[in-house]
Design a binder for this molecule. Structure first.
Ligand code: PEP
Length: 263
């Protein structure tokens, strides 16, 4: 039996409108209330302009909210960027960093993802750090090499920042999301066994830094998780939840995945 609390997070990406969000948030809120006692964490990561709406709509519910990205800078002349302290003004609990759409479309490097992670930690926001290989990298047998490079850049940065402050690093203060790029938005899901193998590998990487933190850190799977495959994925030993894209936009689907995690 897993001792880590499951966590289901929705990534709305660049979707929504004030009216559509109002309906989705309200359905989500009443659906989650109908599940009774919650044994899992739930959050939605919404587009930045809708953070205020998510905050007002979800305050005093068990559903948390967050953003999908943050600037790697603290403040200043960075047109279009949103800082961690701004996200804090909306009481964001989580924020995604290193999503493959940011890494690929916006050419974000591992180093930038690590800086963003540190900005969030400094602001008291839990980073959801995404890692994952492309299809080409998987076919070339490079999956482990890619995810370890992406993850250790972040873990090294956390260790160094903590050591510079003379404090112990809190490696379970992040959530890790394994998102094979070839499975995101494609309808193709990694099999539970394929995903489990990478999750165990990621946990072992954390254990090399801190055994106790490795036992506690939540590692989510993302990539076409849907109501019909969620249960099998969530049953795997090292899969602690899901980062859900498309299915998070349909209340019924998202709630079905939450229900699977809440069993
Ligand atoms: C995502 O965008 O993080 C994601 C997992 O998307 P989808 O569930 O649509 O594959």
């Amino acid at each position: 039996m897993k001792h880590r609390r499951p966590f289901i997070a929705g990534n709305w990406k660049m979707n929504g409108s004030l009216s559509a969000n109002a309906a989705l948030l309200s359905e989500l809120q009443s659906g989650v209330a109908g599940l009774g006692k919650m044994h899992c964490d739930v959050a939605v990561c919404v587009p930045a302009p809708y953070l205020g709406q998510a905050q007002v709509g979800l305050i005093n519910t068990v559903v948390r909210w967050g953003a999908q990205d943050v600037s790697n800078q603290t403040n200043g002349a960075y047109t279009g960027e949103v800082s961690a302290s701004m996200l804090n003004d909306f009481s964001c609990f989580y924020t995604i960093v290193g999503h493959s759409e940011r890494r690929v479309i916006h050419a974000e490097s591992d180093a930038v993802v690590a800086q963003k992670t540190l900005r969030l930690i400094d602001a008291g926001i839990v980073p959801i750090v995404c890692v994952g290989e492309t299809l080409q990298e998987r076919k070339a047998g490079q999956t482990e090499q890619v995810v370890v490079r992406q993850l250790t850049t972040v873990l090294n940065a956390i260790e160094k920042a903590a050591s510079d402050k003379g404090m112990p690093a809190k490696l379970d203060g992040i959530v890790i999301a394994y998102e094979p790029v070839w499975a995101i938005g494609t309808g193709i899901t990694a099999t539970p066994e394929m995903a489990q193998q990478v999750h165990a590998y990621l946990r072992a990487q954390v254990a090399a830094y801190d055994q106790d933190a490795a036992g506690r850190v939540q590692i989510l799977y993302g990539g076409s998780m849907k109501p019909d495959n969620a249960e099998a994925l969530l049953a795997m030993k090292d899969i602690d939840g899901g980062l859900i894209g498309g299915a998070a936009l349909k209340a019924a689907d998202f709630l079905a995945i939450i229900a699977a995690a809440n069993k």
